[in-house]
Ligand binder design. Structure first.
Ligand code: S3P
Length: 664
């Protein structure tokens, strides 16, 4: 919906296949493990949640390969599974916890302790514990007295059959009971008030398991074996929803989303979108991996409020934060009810969505089981606290992509839970704004990005600062975000050789973004950490963490987020190649190693260095260049500037002139 107040305009263009469906990916791993023999899985979601399931299965003796677009899992069957040697770290993943708890319950002589991050540890596990105990498994909560969540120990047994009435529809609870029954070889029946997503039923049936799907639930026969199966995982409709909303909110253009899973237990959001006026055409409907899929073509439309509740809720539960954000930009009022379950997701999604929408200036009323949102064309401005919740980061990321809004997000990296390439996909489909207006960026148009890359000590950081100052835009030093991660490593006390990307990124929620007058800087634990990040111990380890692909992805997400709402000059190694391949201007700074060493020493020592000092520093720089070589190459359309014989003032003047030309 266009904003009456300004000439802001958002154009979207392109095609996205959102990553593989998260629910189907977990189940593809688990059911492939249970079939004896090879199952090929294509397009599995490579995200933190799915990695947690893969890791849990590996710990139980299943040779799950490194996740990739086309993998083969050599299933070991129920008999090939064993107790994991250590605790199962489920990270942020409720699905991993509940499904694996069901599986272990059905394996006599098998026991495992389940652990998770702070968010997962707060989530209720009683809902699986009660039916699994009723079947004969032991489920013990090992946290504080009365806390029915992780850490939890599950011990399997020779289970008995069960007929279970789920008070609250839940595919995870249903899946847990089905897995317990399958593993123990006993019949189970699960009834639900309304149908939860049925991926388990579909995938098990396709693997030769006899089950009966009834209007009120599912019945699994006793003594079933799971056969191997080759599947292709459809694109995740919950991830696709973000781009449906983006295209609907845009002013022009269109987006195509391919291979989107159209399983009717997952299409609640499509129904809501339609009532809100979203123009979404479904094309080329077909079957993939036992699921209906189709391509969606979305064009901008005027949006109106709606009511969402009742049986529709389980069919759009994961999209509700996004729908609430969309409602804030629609005409009229939207009411979400019967959705108290949102309070026990990765965050309390009712409280968090309401607080964030309010912080941005929207009118919202919190209700015990939902919220009331009053839509408006007012620009939304402010800071979003994600509570590490991936869906909140992405929902507000869509609002942040609208040119009239100015939104910063505290933890953009948390999208890794379900959609690691979200920010890159978002940047890819937004058409760079028309920058033909004189005097800089037209009000409300997409932000301008100037990418300045180059090897160590090429002067990119200080030059970029000056350039940003001259142009009146913000400077983002991507290196500072690598430093923030190195700092977390140093602070952990672990030997740097033992650092892993996963370990470092588990702490990354502590790193936030601080907007000063002319820079976007990392903060640590909410505090200015500029000095600590320049510490020699941190400097020594920056290269190490910058070699880690997952860390690079995290930093890239931070930088893209910073550039979401403001014009920026960004410096780094791969800004013009990887982070902003569409940057308005790309500059690659080079300089003779001797000269770079000399400049660095002047900065460090505060005096002119003598030749032996420069020689030693040159050697260190050349070694560092070799380490960094893979990620420091100029983009094909970059303008290379050799600064060996230039003063800093000359470098800055050249880049400012190029930037002004690029803006025109
Ligand atoms: C999921 C089921 C849903 C959903 C979650 C994934 C699954 O939760 O919200 O993101 O894969 O089974 P419930 O089981 O609580 O419905």
């Amino acid at each position: 919906m266009s904003n009456a107040e300004s000439t802001a305009s958002l154009e979207v263009r392109g095609e996205i296949r959102t990553p593989g469906d998260k629910s189907i990916s977990h189940r593809a791993l688990i059911f492939s493990a249970l079939g004896v023999g090879p199952s090929r899985v294509r397009a599995i979601l490579e995200s933190a949640d799915v990695q947690a399931t893969a890791e849990a299965l590996r710990a139980m003796g299943v040779p799950i390969p490194v996740l990739g677009p086309d993998i083969v899992i050599k299933g070991v069957g129920v008999g090939g599974l064993s107790s994991p040697a250590g605790p199962l770290d489920c990270g942020n993943s409720g699905t991993t916890t509940r499904l694996m708890a069901g599986l272990i319950s059905g394996l006599a002589q098998c026991t495992a302790r389940f652990e998770g991050d702070a968010s997962l540890s707060r989530r209720p596990m009683r809902r699986v514990a009660v039916p699994l105990r009723a079947m004969g498994a032991s489920v013990d909560f090992e946290g504080p007295e009365g806390h029915e969540g992780l850490p939890m120990r599950v011990t399997g047994a020779a289970l008995q059959s069960i007929e279970w009435d789920n008070v609250q529809s839940s595919a995870q609870v249903k899946g847990a009971i089905l897995l317990a029954g399958l593993a123990a070889g006993v019949a189970v029946q699960v009834r639900e008030p309304s149908r939860s997503r049925d991926h388990s039923e579909r995938m098990l049936a396709a693997r030769g398991v006899s089950l009966e799907v009834r209007p009120d639930g599912v019945v699994l026969a006793a003594g079933q074996t799971v056969q191997p199966l080759d599947v292709e995982v459809p694109a995740d409709p919950s991830s696709a929803a973000f781009f449906i909303a983006l295209a609907a909110l845009a002013d022009s253009g269109s987006l195509t989303l391919t291979d989107v899973c159209l399983n009717p237990t997952r299409t609640g959001a499509l129904d809501v979108f339609q009532r809100m006026g979203v123009d979404c055409r479904i094309e080329n409907v077909r079957t993939m991996g036992g699921e209906e899929v189709g391509n969606l073509v979305i064009v901008p439309a005027a949006l109106r409020g709606t009511t969402i509740g009742g049986d529709e809720i389980p069919r759009c539960i994961d999209e509700l934060p996004l729908l609430a954000c969309l409602a804030a930009c629609a005409e009229g009022e939207t009411i979400i009810s019967d959705a108290a379950e949102l309070r026990v997701k990765e965050s309390d999604r009712i409280a968090a969505v309401v607080a964030n929408l309010r912080a941005l200036g929207a009118e919202v009323e919190e209700r015990p089981d939902g919220m009331r949102i009053v839509g408006s064309t007012r620009p939304l401005r402010g800071h979003v606290a994600t509570h590490g919740d991936h869906r909140l980061a992405m929902a507000f990321g869509i609002l942040g992509a609208l040119p009239t809004n100015r939104i910063t997000i505290d933890d953009p990296g948390c999208v890794a839970v379900s959609y690691p390439t979200f920010w890159a996909d978002l940047a890819r489909v937004i058409v760079p704004a028309d920058t033909s207006h004189a005097g800089g960026r037209p009000r409300g148009s997409a932000p301008l990005v100037i990418a300045i890359d180059g090897p160590a000590a090429s002067g990119k950081s200080s030059t970029s600062q000056w350039v940003a100052q001259r142009l009146g835009v913000h400077h983002v030093d991507s290196g500072a975000f690598y430093r923030a991660i190195a700092y977390l490593g140093v602070q952990s006390g672990a030997a740097p050789e033992a650092w892993s990307a996963d370990g470092l990124l588990a702490q990354a929620h502590r790193v936030g973004q601080r907007l000063t007058e002319r820079s976007v800087l990392p903060s640590v634990d909410g505090l200015d950490a500029d000095e600590a990040l320049r510490d020699a111990a941190v400097t020594r380890q920056v290269s190490r963490v910058a070699q880690m692909a997952a860390v690079r992805q995290w930093v890239n997400a931070q930088v893209r987020q910073a550039a979401n709402s403001t014009d920026v000059v960004v410096d780094g190694r791969d800004i013009g190649t990887t982070v902003f391949p569409d940057a308005a201007l790309k500059v690659f700074l080079i300089a003779d190693p001797w000269e770079r060493a000399r400049r660095r020493l002047i900065q460090r020592l505060g005096r002119h260095p003598i030749d032996p000092e420069i020689a030693e520093e040159t050697e260190a720089l050349v070694a560092r260049d070799a380490l960094d070589a893979t990620q420091s190459a100029p983009a094909r359309d970059a303008i290379t500037i050799d600064t060996t014989a230039l003063t800093q003032e000359e470098q800055v003047a050249r880049i400012v002139a190029l930037a002004r030309a690029a803006r025109r």
